[in-house]
Design a binder for this molecule. Structure first.
Ligand SMILES: *[C@@H]1O[C@H](CO)[C@@H](O)[C@H](O)[C@H]1NC(C)=O
Ligand SMILES: *[C@@H]1O[C@H](CO)[C@@H](O)[C@H](O)[C@H]1NC(C)=O
Ligand SMILES: *[C@@H]1O[C@H](CO)[C@@H](O)[C@H](O)[C@H]1NC(C)=O
Ligand SMILES: *[C@@H]1O[C@H](CO)[C@@H](O)[C@H](O)[C@H]1NC(C)=O
Ligand SMILES: *[C@@H]1O[C@H](CO)[C@@H](O)[C@H](O)[C@H]1NC(C)=O
Ligand SMILES: *[C@@H]1O[C@H](CO)[C@@H](O)[C@H](O)[C@H]1NC(C)=O
Ligand SMILES: *[C@@H]1O[C@H](CO)[C@@H](O)[C@H](O)[C@H]1NC(C)=O
Ligand SMILES: *[C@@H]1O[C@H](CO)[C@@H](O)[C@H](O)[C@H]1NC(C)=O
Ligand SMILES: *[C@@H]1O[C@H](CO)[C@@H](O)[C@H](O)[C@H]1NC(C)=O
Ligand SMILES: *[C@@H]1O[C@H](CO)[C@@H](O)[C@H](O)[C@H]1NC(C)=O
Ligand SMILES: *[C@@H]1O[C@H](CO)[C@@H](O)[C@H](O)[C@H]1NC(C)=O
Length: 435
């Protein structure tokens, strides 16, 4: 009586539902197993150093890092991925100024000796090189201006990064950084101009004191808490600020408009509340403003439509209310405009066409949303969740308690339920046909 195909089908369904759920989890960029710096041609050392103008010590160091040196990497950059190395022009031997390691093979290990002989490097980049970090020699520390580590070096500590005191540029992404807060790092790097520490499980709060010459700050996708300190608005050279996907709360400082150099800012996917500060209208060159997925409230300020350079405006998934103060010509000028997921917000249908599919209701004559809100127009709904913001939250592995967290659960449950229904139908059909 027991139908044989039942068990495999059940397994298949379970498998399908689990893979579908796990597919919504962030996918860390896995380093390819095929190591990119292709294995050196057989004509490598010891004959080639004689024809090379690169310092032999540095050549040996490159070889120890599995970097092909069959030809001189200073004069034949084409044998390597573009811009992997850059050299000075000193004589008799040239020295490396920058080095990029990409897709390292498993057997690459950093050695202190190799790094010591590479102490002329001003720029060092690791991309997809999950090798073990070691303490950098003091000479290399003194020389480095730019350090990039993306999905590499396994795990770093704030103290390790804080030693790199001559850096002007620091980029760490998709690497676990164990530190009590960004200040451990930023407080020591006095020359820093640009800092990215993203998707690094960084804890703590935004530092109250930062180098006033900073032009770029990206702390997105971490576990930062607390308020945005109003002292942040002293950074009048700041062009990019990305604090998205953290747990920052409180209000946007009233002095936010003091950031007069700002071009791109994202505060999305935090727990910010209160209104959009009026001072933002004083930022002359703002291009990209993303405040989505917070609990911001109040009305949407009309002055945003007077910001001539604005191209990207995302106010979705907040608690704004009232009538959208924009006309169609402003909205069509933008590349991105999102306001869905604000259940008390509405648009004046004699000003804006429903064809714009804004994902909010038209207003009644009192300026209140006509209910119910429009059905799925642009995959958005009024309950504060839109698919359109998944691109931000997908990478957000740290926070299960966030707005988008439940959606994955709902999805999982839906898939599980549908497979169950499928199974029942299948069983019924089976029992009918086998009768
Ligand atoms: C590194 O690996 C990635 C993914 O496997 C690949 O797309 C990329 O082209 C590789 N880069 C280089 C320089 O080989
Ligand atoms: C290896 O070296 C030989 C001799 O110099 C050369 O002809 C050949 O093209 C090289 N192969 C690669 C893959 O570089
Ligand atoms: C290589 O470097 C040159 C000069 O610094 C730069 O213009 C170019 O965009 C770089 N190319 C890549 C692929 O990074
Ligand atoms: C930074 O560079 C200067 C000179 O360029 C050097 O004197 C100093 O020791 C370096 N700092 C560190 C921490 O290595
Ligand atoms: C950093 O790592 C140490 C040891 O692994 C651990 O005890 C400590 O709690 C970590 N600190 C943070 C802030 O995660
Ligand atoms: C900021 O930059 C200016 C020149 O670009 C320099 O003179 C000044 O020392 C820098 N200040 C800090 C705190 O690094
Ligand atoms: C902020 O960072 C997130 C994730 O790292 C990225 O998707 C987004 O484009 C960034 N936004 C801005 C304005 O730089
Ligand atoms: C907006 O949010 C702030 C902070 O949560 C609250 O104090 C205020 O009453 C709210 N205003 C409105 C109009 O809901
Ligand atoms: C700034 O935002 C614009 C418009 O969204 C985008 O094209 C540009 O790449 C962003 N620049 C940076 C540095 O994030
Ligand atoms: C649309 O709004 C902009 C900015 O407020 C304004 O300059 C423009 O004149 C308006 N256009 C129309 C057709 O009302
Ligand atoms: C909608 O726009 C029309 C024409 O501009 C205006 O007369 C009307 O008062 C507006 N309605 C609301 C609710 O703002």
């Amino acid at each position: 009586m027991e139908p044989p195909p039942l068990l495999p089908t059940l397994l298949l369904h379970l498998l399908l539902s689990t893979t579908a759920v796990s597919a919504t989890a962030p996918l860390p960029t896995t380093p390819s197993p095929t190591s990119s710096p292709t294995p050196p041609n057989s004509t490598t050392s010891p004959s080639s150093p004689s024809s090379s103008t690169l310092d032999p010590k540095q050549l040996r160091a490159l070889q120890s890092l599995n970097i092909p040196t069959s030809k001189d990497p200073c004069t034949n950059p084409s044998i390597l991925p573009p811009n992997t190395t850059r050299c000075d022009s000193s004589k008799p031997f040239r020295h490396l100024l920058s080095l990029r390691l990409i897709n390292c093979s498993d057997d690459v290990a950093l050695s202190f000796t190799a790094l010591k002989s590479l102490s002329t490097l001003q720029s060092l980049q690791f991309l997809n090189c999950p090798i073990a970090p070691i303490r950098f020699p003091a000479d290399l520390v003194a020389s480095l201006h730019s350090f990039t580590c993306i999905n590499s070096l396994r795990r770093l500590t704030g103290v390790w990064l804080a030693r790199l005191q001559n850096l002007t540029d620091l980029t760490v992404s998709n690497v676990q950084v164990n530190a009590s807060g960004p200040f451990v790092i930023l407080g020591n790097l006095k020359k820093l101009r640009s800092v990215t520490i993203s998707h690094a499980s960084l804890t703590g709060s935004i530092p109250k004191h930062m180098n006033l010459n900073l032009t770029h700050i990206d702390f997105s996708g971490n576990k930062l808490r607390g308020k945005i300190p109003s002292s942040l608005t002293l950074l009048e050279n700041l062009e990019t600020l990305n604090l998205s996907s953290n747990s920052i709360n409180g209000e946007i400082p009233n002095s936010f408009g003091d950031l007069i150099s700002l071009k791109n800012v994202s505060l999305s996917s935090n727990s910010l509340s209160g209104a959009i500060p009026e001072s933002i209208s004083a930022i002359p060159d703002l291009v990209h403003l993303d405040l989505s997925s917070n609990q911001l409230n109040g009305t949407i300020p009309k002055f945003l439509s007077d910001m001539k350079g604005l191209k990207h405006l995302n106010l979705a998934n907040n608690e704004f209310h009232g009538v959208v103060p924009f006309n169609a010509s402003f909205i069509s000028r933008l590349q991105v405009f999102k306001i869905s997921g604000n259940s008390n917000l509405c648009y004046n249908h004699s000003v804006l066409s429903s064809k714009l599919q804004l994902g909010i209701s038209p207003c009644d004559k009192h300026g209140l949303p006509m209910s119910p809100p429009p059905a799925k127009g642009d995959d958005s709904s009024a309950d504060g969740s839109t698919n359109s913001d998944y691109d931000d939250s997908d990478e957000d592995d740290q926070k299960q308690d966030r707005q988008h967290g439940p959606n994955k659960v709902v999805l999982g449950v839906a898939i599980a339920l549908s497979s169950l229904v499928f199974l029942v139908i299948f069983l019924v059909l089976l029992s009918k046909c086998c009768r």
